[in-house]
Design a protein around this ligand. Structure first.
Ligand code: 5RP
Length: 215
């Protein structure tokens, strides 16, 4: 699958325009995108990063990383996903970076999602849904998730997000109403963000292959 990820990432480079400040996601697919971006780094102004991991890789390539508060709205955000449905709605957060990813997606005019074919599903939920929670609310949020969704939340023990929070992965879901579930889970006190990207889905999904497929 890594070659499929690389092919999707290479295709996404076509969306980068001269002088852009590029929003950059997190994960192994995005790592290929960052490596590609390094080849054209003289054409871009800077990047905004969704994680410490991506910041490190960007800086290692000599790409300047700017604060979103300083840049204002972005033209382009490129990120991967754990699942993608036919409406370009996503599950994200396998790498625990969902909150910053959601912030940058919201701030961006065009969100290009890069995936390998294994990420495509009919109904979201086979991949356990990540939810970032304030640590003291972990049990409360888990009980509410069971009540609202019927799914089984599992604490991603030992993982602390870049924001100092914890992750619950919700198993056993078949998400037939992604927008409704995203809204309902966001209401639980202690939830920082939900790894469903349905209210603000991707604008373009590139599925790696020869040739890549653009949805
Ligand atoms: C990180 C994410 C990633 O985009 C998602 O986990 C996909 O990762 P990969 O490209 O390694 O398969 O949401 O929080």
């Amino acid at each position: 699958m890594s070659e499929m990820k690389r092919l999707a990432a290479e295709k996404a480079l076509e969306y980068v325009e001269d002088g852009m400040i590029v929003g950059v996601g997190t994960g192994s697919t995005v790592a290929y995108f960052i490596d590609g971006l390094a080849r054209i780094k003289d054409r871009i102004k800077a990047a905004v990063s969704s994680s410490e991991q991506s910041t490190e890789r960007l800086r290692a390539h000599g790409i300047e990383v700017q604060d979103l508060n300083a840049t204002g709205p972005l033209s382009l955000y490129v990120d991967g996903a754990d699942e993608c449905d036919g409406h370009r709605r996503l599950i994200k957060g396998g790498g625990a970076a969902l909150t910053r990813e959601k912030i940058i997606a919201e701030a961006s005019k065009t969100f290009v999602c890069i995936v390998d074919p294994s990420k495509q599903v009919g109904i979201l939920g086979r991949f356990p849904l990540p939810v970032e929670v304030i640590p003291m609310a972990r049990s409360l949020v888990a009980r509410e998730i069971v009540r609202i969704t019927g799914g089984q939340p599992v604490w991603r023990d030992g993982v602390v997000t870049d924001n100092g929070n914890w992750i619950l992965d919700v198993h056993g879901l078949a998400i037939t109403d992604p927008v409704g579930m995203e809204r309902d889970l966001n209401q639980i006190p202690g939830v920082v963000s939900v790894g469903l990207f349905a209210r603000r889905p991707a604008d373009v999904v590139i599925v790696g292959g020869e040739p890549p497929v653009v949805l």
